[in-house]
Ligand binder design. Sequence first.
Ligand code: IMP
Ligand code: MG
Length: 200
Amino acid sequence: MKPAVGSITQSREAPMQPYEKFLAEILIPEDTLQARIRELGEEISRDYQGKALMLICILRGGVMFLTDLMRSLTVPHTIDFMAVSSYGAGARESSRQVRITLDLQMSVEGKDVLLVEDIIDSGHTIASVLELLKTRAPNSLRVCTLLDKFERREAEVPIDYCGFKIPNKFVFGYGLDLDEYYRNLPFVGVVRPDKYMPPD
Ligand code: IMP
Ligand code: MG
């Protein structure tokens, strides 16, 4: 695999530094995130009364959002996980082709599937996953994303539930990583452009 184009530095030790070094600003503070997730949970709970709700989380970025969202749901539901990777792309580049690296353990047939994503950027990842899942005969298929970087959209994707529309800036924290680190931060932060340059 070719090295990621926009690595924090060329050194692997770099991400083991305190996150403050890479933080330009906090875009969405913890309380704002949590309040919005509670609202989304209420809305989803209303819409899925009496349905066979199955949440599908795309690893790894969506994990934090999934677990908080689940706690705000009042309807019974199951969860499952998928992992995908882009063909021939660096860590943060997007590609039109995605490959399933971890498939679901459970069947989606007849289920009311809600895809739970951390961020929709170009839209290619979610578009491919939707295309695949449609072939497996779910009863319904919808998308819930915490963040929508709408200015970068290349593939058209229907978003049924959206936490926040955000500007075209590289963000990290609350599940989103910078070279796999800092996913644990309870807020969404913008990366300092002088410390880190995304590939495009
Ligand atoms: P898409 O296929 O371009 O929509 O890519 C979506 C994926 O790219 C997300 O699930 C993230 O893993 C990653 N991504 C896009 N923008 C960001 C960002 O600002 N920070 C961290 N990861 C990002
Ligand atoms: Mg992701």
